[in-house]
Write a protein that binds this ligand. Structure first.
Ligand code: HEM
Length: 453
């Protein structure tokens, strides 16, 4: 494999010395899920840990991931109760955490407006938000926290796509900041709940998180009210129009609010995080950034055209490699809705099975030099030879990301706009540190120097 970047190992936490006990592991996981995996987790196939009353199984091979998330979707359709509890205050019963018939009808309602065939209509939203971010970068006089800038920029895309151009740009910054604060306040791993005990401390630990959640829903609720019952963009009208075979509407009142909040948060989170890690990689490996800039030089000046994006194959490979090394959703959990058997394990109702893209994407049996940054893995024959179900940045099976094409396109427009104009470097004294709670964000932000190319 010819690779420009073969020897570059970007930042990653050191593996845990040895497997922690189940309880120590959970205590650590509250702060950072990545800190619990020992070195052999990057080699093993399926492994388990047992808490009082509950088995937690890690499906760490493509075959078992497929078995759990695709073949046995009915048994493992439910995201874990912990993720449900962590997100419900903000996204209500949204498609992201619903299950059963409720999930099926919500999923059917949110998918059509995000279909790849309709994405060109959102291109002006991607371009406007990317240009605004570029202007901010051009004006910066010191280090920029690109994690915050992308969270705002991508939330701005979603606000433009759902509500149109009348919503002030500041709204995007407030929504993105409030969600970041919510993630810091929410306890992702609820120890008592995980052991099957009532969540007696929940009200204490979650008070601040609940206040932030109410603030977020209140803001988006006011935007919906201002749009009126028939207003908003085609995307909002499509959500409102979704109906059941008997003609009744699927998304009314709070249910519509759930899905719009989910679009703004789940939709922005993955793309903003992808851009953040990709920009860090460009900062740490300027040769790659230069090659992307050379590829972008084939485009005429001005914003990248929608139909030019497929020609940017190297840039796309860099983004894909960034999502391999730093999958924004680094852990997917599923809670069994009925008993099952996986390999030698008896799984009971309510046991948890995890797929961990962070491990799979760095698994020693699935990738050459798994921790090295090599965009060439995603080009030509190397890409074609990749094992299925070993690369899951958008999830897998019937619950795969509904906005994957939308997300990839907005990330590409931002990257094409910014990597052509700017060089990036780490801010003096700043060390990037991956930290996984609800999503894989850089701890304390991503502070970079931005200079014109
Ligand atoms: C680069 C950008 C994105 C990434 C990396 C990403 C990643 C993911 C992942 C990994 C899941 C599955 C989680 C699981 O199975 O537990 C997911 C689900 C979902 N995503 Fe995305 N996402 C991105 C952009 C978007 C956008 C732009 C939207 C909508 C505007 C969106 C909407 C959804 C929805 C609705 C689900 C839930 C699907 C279901 O459960 O049926 N995502 N996303």
């Amino acid at each position: 494999m010819s690779d420009l970047a073969a020897d570059f190992i970007p930042p990653m936490p050191a593996p845990a010395g040895r497997a922690p006990s189940a309880l120590t592991g959970l205590l650590r996981a509250r702060r950072d899920v990545l800190s619990i995996f020992p070195a052999d987790a990057y080699r093993r196939q399926v492994f388990s840990t047992r808490l009082p009353g509950r088995l937690i199984l890690v499906a760490n091979t493509p075959e078992v991931v497929r078995e759990v998330f695709v073949t046995k979707h009915d048994t493992y359709q439910r995201k874990s109760r912990f993720l449900e509890d962590a997100l419900r205050p903000v996204v209500g019963g949204s498609c992201f955490i619903a299950w059963g018939n409720d999930w099926a009808e919500r999923r059917e309602a949110v998918s059509p407006p995000l279909h790849p065939s309709g994405l060109a209509q959102f291109h002006p939203c991607y371009v406007q938000a990317a240009e605004e971010t570029a202007e901010d970068f051009a004006r910066a006089t010191g280090p920029v926290d690109v994690a915050a800038a992308f969270a705002t920029g991508i939330t701005r895309v979603l606000l433009l796509a759902v509500f149109g151009p009348d919503v002030p740009r500041e709204e995007a910054a407030v929504i993105a900041e409030t969600f970041t604060a919510y993630q810091d306040a929410a306890e992702v791993v609820d120890l008592l709940g995980l052991m099957g005990l009532p969540d007696m401390l929940g009200w204490l630990t979650r008070r601040r998180a609940n206040r932030l959640a109410r603030e977020l829903r209140g803001r988006v609720g006011r935007l919906l009210e201002a749009a009126g019952p028939d207003g908003g963009t085609p995307l909002l009208r499509a959500l409102r129009a979704a109906h059941r075979p008997d003609g009744s509407k699927v998304l009314t009142g709070e249910r519509l609010l759930d899905e719009v909040v989910m679009f703004l948060l789940a939709g922005a989170e993955g793309a903003a995080i992808t851009l953040t890690w990709t920009t860090m990689l460009a900062a740490l490996h300027p040769a790659t950034a230069d090659r992307v800039a050379e590829e972008l030089a084939i485009l005429p000046p001005g914003p990248p055209a929608f139909d030019a994006l497929p020609r940017l194959t190297y840039m796309r490979a860099v983004i894909q490699e960034s999502m391999r090394l730093y999958p924004p959703v680094a852990v997917f959990a599923r809670q069994a809705v009925k008993p099952d058997r996986i390999r030698r394990w008896d799984v009971r109702k309510d046991d948890i099975v995890l797929a961990v893209p962070w491990l799979l994407h760095r698994h020693e049996h699935l990738w050459d030099a798994p921790n090295a940054f090599r965009p060439e893995r995603f080009l030509g024959d190397a890409a074609r030879q990749r094992q299925r179900f070993s690369y899951l940045p958008f999830g897998i099976g019937p619950r795969i990301c509904a906005g994957a094409a939308f997300g990839m396109t907005e990330v590409s427009v931002f990257a094409a706009t910014l990597f052509r104009r700017f060089r990036f470097a780490l801010a003096p004294g700043f060390t990037p540190q991956p930290n996984c709670r609800l999503a894989l964000r850089p701890k304390g932000g991503m502070h970079l120097l931005v200079s014109p190319r």
